[in-house]
Write a protein that binds this ligand. Structure first.
Ligand SMILES: *[C@@H]1O[C@H](CO)[C@@H](O)[C@H](O)[C@H]1NC(C)=O
Ligand SMILES: *[C@@H]1O[C@H](CO)[C@@H](O)[C@H](O)[C@H]1NC(C)=O
Ligand SMILES: *[C@@H]1O[C@H](CO)[C@@H](O)[C@H](O)[C@H]1NC(C)=O
Ligand SMILES: *[C@@H]1O[C@H](CO)[C@@H](O)[C@H](O)[C@H]1NC(C)=O
Ligand SMILES: *[C@@H]1O[C@H](CO)[C@@H](O)[C@H](O)[C@H]1NC(C)=O
Length: 355
């Protein structure tokens, strides 16, 4: 039975939420990835303590020397929150890209122009399947490297384990999160690894079949213990194979995902998010971080300041776009894609949506 009082309260909260917005900023000075001198293409987070800069903090006090950098950093973030008014919040997001998937391997194999204008629109090529791609052997290995890295930081740096976990609903991210966090020996009192499966953390929704997710039932059957947000529909209602999400549209829903993490389920200071290259790029834009492209399997920590501002933002719903593709294998993929003369570009799907 639903109590009328509770319903009213819920409506009141919803109304409040709409009359304010959260302004996100990246707090620099803590991680090497924030510095313009760090080159994302060669940076290795596993050999640099996740990029945490060796430094002192205002909150160190006496005895700073006996605590590790990660222990003192956690203390510093706690202090930042303690000293801020209640409408300002700090969290550390660990944004992890999935390990190599079959779609990544196929893009390498065919070359990007040919992949984008033809092969990505198919479900696979008879040998490999890339519709809602699974991890390759390399991809699984990459996730296990991150697993071992977390374990060594937990043991040696006494890093604070994530307080909450989120994961995109695509197979490659579900598998990566599982391999990364299952079976870690966590400090006593840490919450168990039970990531919330969240629709708006999925990859940019292009025409590629690798961006179509499978059903809610499939996700539940793969990881029965994991919570799935109640709003996630049974079937994928966003992917059409005809219209693709623009960066502007993606940033709007990435901000919605962050708002939900900061307002609701993202309890604690350290939050793990397992997502995708394009989507992490979008999340970084929303928090005002410099562009930092991740290789498959890489993770970037970011210290985020979230300020709730008592003014609503105009709602924007940027349009999606269509793009033309070939209907038969391209004749070349060196500089750009060239369709065979008998297969002129069209904007109709090459395959029907599969689940
Ligand atoms: C967000 O915060 C930053 C830094 O505090 C400020 O410069 C900017 O104007 C704010 N933007 C909005 C839309 O409130
Ligand atoms: C921080 O110092 C330690 C040695 O105390 C070193 O191993 C590590 O590489 C340094 N990290 C960075 C990011 O400079
Ligand atoms: C299918 O693509 C994979 C790359 O993902 C490649 O290794 C394989 O040889 C391709 N198969 C065919 C039949 O072209
Ligand atoms: C999850 O990870 C564990 C530990 O690596 C592994 O044994 C298990 O097969 C994985 N589950 C799925 C559904 O991939
Ligand atoms: C997440 O938060 C929403 C409301 O903000 C709530 O309805 C949902 O049950 C929460 N999910 C979990 C797994 O905590």
């Amino acid at each position: 039975m639903k109590l009328p009082g509770l319903t009213l309260l819920a409506l009141g909260l919803a109304a409040c939420a709409q009359a304010s917005h959260i302004n996100y900023t990246t707090v620099t000075g803590y991680f090497l990835q924030d510095e313009s001198t760090t080159d994302p293409s060669t940076f290795d987070f596993t050999t640099t303590n996740f990029g945490l800069i060796n430094r002192t903090y205002p909150s160190d006090g006496d005895g700073g020397y006996t605590r590790t950098q990660w222990e003192r950093f956690y203390n510093q973030v706690t202090e930042l929150n303690r000293q801020s008014p209640s409408h300002i919040n700090y969290k550390v997001l660990f944004l992890g890209r999935h390990g190599e998937g079959w779609h990544n391997a196929a893009e390498d194999y065919y070359g990007t122009p040919s992949w984008n204008c033809y092969w990505s629109l198919l479900n696979g090529n008879g040998t490999a399947t890339w519709h809602d791609a699974d991890l390759t052997k390399t991809g699984k290995k990459q996730a296990l490297i991150v697993h071992n890295f977390w374990q060594s930081l937990l043991n040696k740096q006494r890093i604070h384990a994530p307080d909450s976990y989120f994961v995109s609903p695509l197979t490659r991210t579900l598998r990566t999160a599982n391999l990364t966090f299952s079976g870690l020996t966590l400090p006593r009192g840490s919450p168990p690894f039970k990531p919330l499966v969240k629709e708006y953390l999925r990859e940019g929704i292009s025409l590629h079949t690798c961006d179509q997710r499978r059903t809610r039932t499939y996700i539940h059957n793969l990881f029965p213990d994991w919570p799935v947000e109640h709003t996630l529909p049974e079937t994928d209602e966003l992917w059409t194979g005809v219209r693709g999400e623009t960066s502007a549209a993606q940033d709007v829903r990435s901000k919605t995902a962050l708002d939900e993490i900061f307002r609701g389920n993202g309890t604690g200071l350290f939050v793990s998010v397992t997502s995708h290259s394009g989507e992490i790029g979008s999340l970084l834009r929303v928090i005002g971080h410099r562009s930092f492209r991740l290789n498959t399997g890489a993770v970037i920590p970011v210290l985020v300041r979230a300020e709730t501002v008592a003014a609503s933002l105009p709602t924007s719903t940027p349009a999606w776009t269509v793009s033309a593709h070939c209907t038969a294998p391209p004749v070349t993929s060196v500089q750009s894609c060239v369709c065979p003369s008998t297969a002129v570009p069209v904007t109709t799907p090459l395959v029907t949506a599969s689940l």
